[in-house]
Design a protein around this ligand. Structure first.
Ligand SMILES: O=P(O)(O)OC[C@H]1O[C@H](O)[C@H](O)[C@@H](O)[C@@H]1O
Length: 551
């Protein structure tokens, strides 16, 4: 498969970009009364309006040609067929199997994996029901009140984001906590106020070798054993989620307290697997199945809808349009729903760990930009922090605005204000305000013409800033499942077009290796190695500072 920039649609898009770069969306809207229906798409409960993008029918056609030429459909089918598309690790990528429809088969090496998936879901269901009903108890027979998930990256961000998003569905007795950072502050502040006798720890780690998680798990185990004075308590307060049975056993967690998943589930795609245990404990197994069901519906849409009417494909193509042709380096995610405030962080891992790559699957260095920097914040907080830059700064920031029509809380007046802002911001970003408009508004406010002219440029908004708007009725488990799967597939399509492997993460390794070398040097257990002068200087200075504090 060729590099994206070698495809003929890419060249056509480059030429088309010259026609489009100065076209203002104001004019596109003025010219075409059907722009809204023309550039909207429904997938299950989700509705996407992408009309406020710098595109015409011709742009869409060319982008769809790019997807076709890059083999997006074939690559998608290869994913769903269980091919080893994670070529650098020689693995299948089959998270859709985790949310398969009844009777549907997903094959890895000719074996249908859905039987194992269902078996593990059943095991989870028994455990979840027992904990929720208070039958699964701690060492002294007390029901669980607090669940602490110890995991990082894909073993943390998904469950954490979903538990926050679905809080209205949460169990009244159970509180769920997430400790990810190896910084002891995270563990310390989480354990404060928890009763060891009513606390259940979930050690979540696909590899079960991740330093942060194992250190947090060992400290949590010490906290528990110190309380009871009996190591036997561990079996009553610890469960593990992993693919590494041996390491789980070594840690001291019995196999019956381990929930398994498989190497064809990528960490950042794993919330649908046993890694979602904290979600299932919090919202119950039935609702967990609803979450899976929402994702399954998005999978079906992704597999069946034509490219031009395919929500994840469209979002992916628009992203490529801005990243590679307009030179936008970032993508903002702006949920107008406080319960989705962790979505940008979750998507940072999903997108940046998947598509932050510079080498194609064929081993060539790309000469185009790949995955964008993903960032964002829940509305309206972001408006009072960084929207200034999006409106008037020098960077082009494509934005995804996301909002439910109804909230779960009873403060509907708040939600109406929130929605008014959700509508106003994309409108302002798109329409902008010309110098002439700014000047006449200032004059209308009573400013002298001269002063109005001085200020007009400061009050001008270029507009023409692209945004997607995603809306749905209410944030339910089904809707959230679909929303997450939408972004998973978007990221997949972009990786497919850039011809990179979205499913490894080799860029996280070097720093980890160096940290392992540095730790014994820092503690004095090993002599200083040959580092650069800056690292050595900092290390010795930190050692001195630590020693001076102790004395
Ligand atoms: O689940 P684990 O094996 O502990 O891995 C946790 C995380 O580790 C690394 O940071 C990887 O880059 C992530 O993709 C992974 O999710």
């Amino acid at each position: 498969m060729a590099k994206a920039s070698a495809l003929s649609a890419w060249h056509q898009l480059s030429a088309h970009f010259e026609d489009m770069r100065h076209v203002h969306m104001r004019h596109l809207f003025a010219e075409d009364p059907d722009r809204f229906p023309r550039f909207t798409v429904q997938a299950g409960d989700l509705f996407l309006d992408y009309s406020k993008n710098r595109l015409t029918e011709s742009t869409r056609n060319l982008l769809v040609s790019l997807a076709r030429e890059a083999g997006v459909r074939e690559k998608r089918d290869a994913l769903f067929a269980g091919s080893r598309i994670n070529v650098t690790e020689d693995r299948a990528v089959l998270h859709p199997a985790l949310r398969h429809a009844p009777g549907e088969a997903y094959l890895v090496d000719g074996e249908d994996v859905t039987r194992d998936v269902d078996g593990e879901l059943e095991k989870m269901a028994v455990f979840v029901d027992a904990v929720r009903q208070g039958q699964w108890t701690g060492y002294t027979g007390k029901p669980v009140h607090n669940v602490v998930n110890l995991g990082i990256g894909g073993s943390d961000l998904g469950p954490r984001m979903v538990c926050q998003a679905l809080r209205p569905y949460g169990h009244e007795r159970l509180k769920v906590h997430f400790v990810s950072n190896v910084d002891g502050t995270h563990l310390q502040t989480t354990l404060e106020g928890l009763d060891p006798e009513t606390t259940l720890f979930i050690v979540a780690s696909k590899s079960f070798t991740t330093q942060e998680t194992l250190v947090n798990a060992a400290s949590a185990r010490r906290w528990l054993v110190d309380h009871y004075g009996d190591h036997a308590a561990v079996a009553h307060h610890f469960v593990a989620l992993s693919t590494n049975t041996e390491a789980v056993r070594e840690f001291g967690i019995a196999t019956q307290n381990m929930f398994a998943f498989w190497d064809w589930v990528g960490g950042r795609y794993s919330l649908w697997s046993a890694i979602g245990l904290s979600i299932a404990l919090f919202i119950g197994m039935e609702r967990f199945h609803d979450l899976l069901h929402g994702a399954q519906r998005m999978d079906r849409h992704f597999r069946q809808a034509p490219l031009a009417g395919n929500m994840p494909v469209i979002m992916a193509l628009l992203g490529i349009w801005y990243t590679d042709f307009f030179g936008a380096g970032t993508q903002a995610v702006l949920p107008y729903d406080q319960s989705l405030s962790l979505l940008p962080r979750y998507l940072q891992q999903l997108d940046m760990e998947s598509n932050g790559k510079r080498v194609t699957v064929d081993g060539e260095v790309v000469e185009y930009s790949t995955g964008p920097i993903v960032w964002g914040e829940a509305g309206t907080d972001g408006q009072h922090a960084f929207y200034q830059l999006i409106h008037q700064g020098t960077h082009l920031v494509p934005c995804d605005f996301i909002a439910p029509a109804r909230s779960h809380h009873g403060w509907d007046d708040h939600h109406q204000i929130l929605l008014a802002n959700f509508l106003a911001q994309p409108e302002a970003l798109m329409v902008g305000r010309t110098v002439a408009e700014a000047q006449s508004q200032l004059e209308a406010q009573g400013l002298a013409a001269e002063r109005a002219a001085e200020l007009a440029l400061h009050k001008t908004f270029p507009g023409n800033i692209p945004s997607n708007a995603l809306i749905f009725e209410q944030l339910t488990p089904v809707t959230l499942g679909a929303l997450i799967a939408l972004y998973e597939h978007k990221v997949f399509v972009q990786g497919a077009i850039w011809n990179i492997n979205s499913f490894d993460q080799m860029g996280v390794e070097l720093g980890k290796q160096l940290a392992k070398t540095i730790l014994p040097e820092l503690t004095g257990a090993a002599p200083l190695q040959d580092h650069d002068a800056s690292t050595t200087g900092l290390l010795t200075r930190l050692q001195r500072l630590r020693a001076s504090k102790r004395s």
